[in-house]
Ligand binder design. Structure first.
Ligand code: SF4
Length: 329
C-alpha cells in the first residue's frame, strides 16, 4: 500500500493500555484475590483513513481493546488519545459528544438491535441523541443511510427479526454511520455470517470507507478475513501484541511462531495444492495466571530455555514490522 501524508497521521493512539477484571471471593466480605489480565500493556496507533486489522484467538483481549477505546469499559491503566486528546479523563458529557466521532459495529447484529424498535427508529436514535430533534430531517437521513447500505426506504418500517443476518449487519452499519463518525471499531462484524455474505459486508465497509473517509479498527479471529480489508495487521496473544506490520509483509514474511500457525490454518483456494498446517498444542492459558517469560512458550513449537524466563521485547525490525520473539534478531 502506498503511504500518503494523509494516512500516516494518527487519528487514534493507544499507549500501554491495560484492562484487568478483578476477581473477588468471599460471601460476606468480598476479597480481591486476583485479576483477569485481559489487556496487558498494548500500544499502537491507527492512521487516518486506514484499516488496522486485529486478530487472535478468543480470549486474547481484542474485543476488550475495542470496548476500552470507546470507554464502554474503563481502562485499568494507559492512555487512549483521539485526535491528540487524552480521552480517559473525559466526563460523561464530553464522552457523549466524543461518541459521535467513534462508533462500533458488533459481532451479533441481532443481539445489538432492539427487537421492539422499527429499523428506522434504530438508525434514527443516535441522530436524535446527538441533537437532530427535527423529525423530518431525521427521517430524511435515515432514508439516505438505508440507501447507502443497500437497503430500501420501506425497510425502515420493519422490525429486526424480519431481516437476514447480512441485512441486520447492514442495519448495524447504517446506525454506526448515522452520526458521521471518524473511527469505527468493527468487532468481528462478519464472524456470524455465511461466507458469501461476509464478502458482501466487507465490500460494503470498503466502499463506505472511501465514500466517508472512515478509519477502521477491524477485529477478527481469522487472518483470512482481515487480509482483504486491512492496510496493517496486529496479532494478539493472551492480552499482548506479538506482531504488527503491513498486511502484505505479514502474509509474505510472518516472523512470530504464533502468526505462522494462524496463517497455516487459512485454506488455499486451490485444493490440489497442499500446505502443512501447524497445530498448536493445548489451549490458550488462563489470563489470570499468564505463563512467565514469553506468554506463548507453553504452546510454541520453537520455544527455548530463555523463553520461560524473559518476556521478549516488542521490537521494530525495520519498515514498521514489529515482533516479540527471542528468535527474531
Ligand atoms: Fe516461541 Fe520463544 Fe519466540 Fe516466544 S520467544 S514465540 S516461546 S520462540
Amino acid at each position: 500500500m502506498t503511504e500518503t501524508k494523509k494516512n500516516t497521521e494518527a487519528l487514534l493512539q493507544v499507549e500501554n493500555l491495560q484492562k484487568y477484571f478483578p476477581i473477588r471471593k468471599g460471601i460476606i466480605v468480598q476479597k480481591h484475590v486476583g485479576d483477569v489480565k485481559a489487556v496487558d500493556g498494548v500500544s499502537f496507533d491507527i492512521r487516518r483513513g486506514e484499516t488496522l486489522g486485529m486478530v487472535g484467538e478468543s480470549g486474547c483481549g481484542k474485543s476488550t481493546i475495542g470496548r476500552t477505546i470507546l470507554r464502554l469499559l474503563e481502562p485499568t491503566g494507559g492512555k487512549v488519545i483521539f485526535e491528540g486528546k487524552v480521552i480517559n479523563g473525559f466526563s460523561g458529557e464530553e464522552m457523549r459528544k466524543m461518541r459521535s466521532q467513534m462508533q462500533m459495529i458488533f459481532q451479533d447484529p441481532y443481539a445489538s438491535l432492539n427487537p421492539r424498535m422499527r429499523v428506522g427508529d434504530i438508525i434514527g436514535e443516535p441522530i436524535l441523541i446527538h441533537g437532530v430533534s427535527n423529525r423530518a430531517e431525521r427521517e430524511k437521513r435515515v432514508r439516505k443511510l438505508l440507501d447507502v447500505v443497500g437497503l430500501s426506504p420501506y425497510h425502515g418500517a420493519r422490525y429486526p427479526h424480519e431481516f437476514s443476518g447480512g441485512q441486520r449487519q447492514r442495519i448495524g452499519i447504517a446506525r454506526a454511520l448515522s452520526v458521521s463518525p471518524k473511527l469505527i471499531v468493527c468487532d468481528e462484524p462478519v464472524s456470524a455470517l455465511d461466507v458469501s455474505i461476509q464478502a458482501q459486508v466487507i465490500n460494503l465497509l470498503e466502499d463506505l470507507q472511501k465514500e466517508f473517509d472512515l478509519t477502521y479498527l477491524f477485529i477478527a479471529h481469522d487472518l483470512a478475513v482481515v487480509k482483504h480489508i486491512s492496510s496493517r495487521v496486529v496479532v494478539m496473544y493472551l492480552g499482548k501484541m506479538v506482531e504488527l506490520s503491513t498486511s502484505d509483509e505479514l502474509y509474505r514474511n510472518p516472523l512470530h511462531p504464533y502468526t505462522t500457525a494462524l496463517l497455516s490454518a487459512i485454506p488455499l483456494p486451490d485444493p490440489t495444492v497442499k500446505k502443512d498446517r501447524i497445530l498448536l498444542k493445548g489451549d490458550v492459558p488462563s489470563p489470570v495466571n499468564p505463563p512467565s517469560g514469553c506468554r506463548f512458550h507453553t504452546r510454541c513449537p520453537k520455544a527455548q530455555g530463555i523463553c520461560k524466563q524473559e518476556d521478549p521485547e516488542f521490537k521494530d525490525i525495520g519498515n514498521g514490522h514489529y515482533v516479540a520473539c527471542h528468535l527474531v534478531k
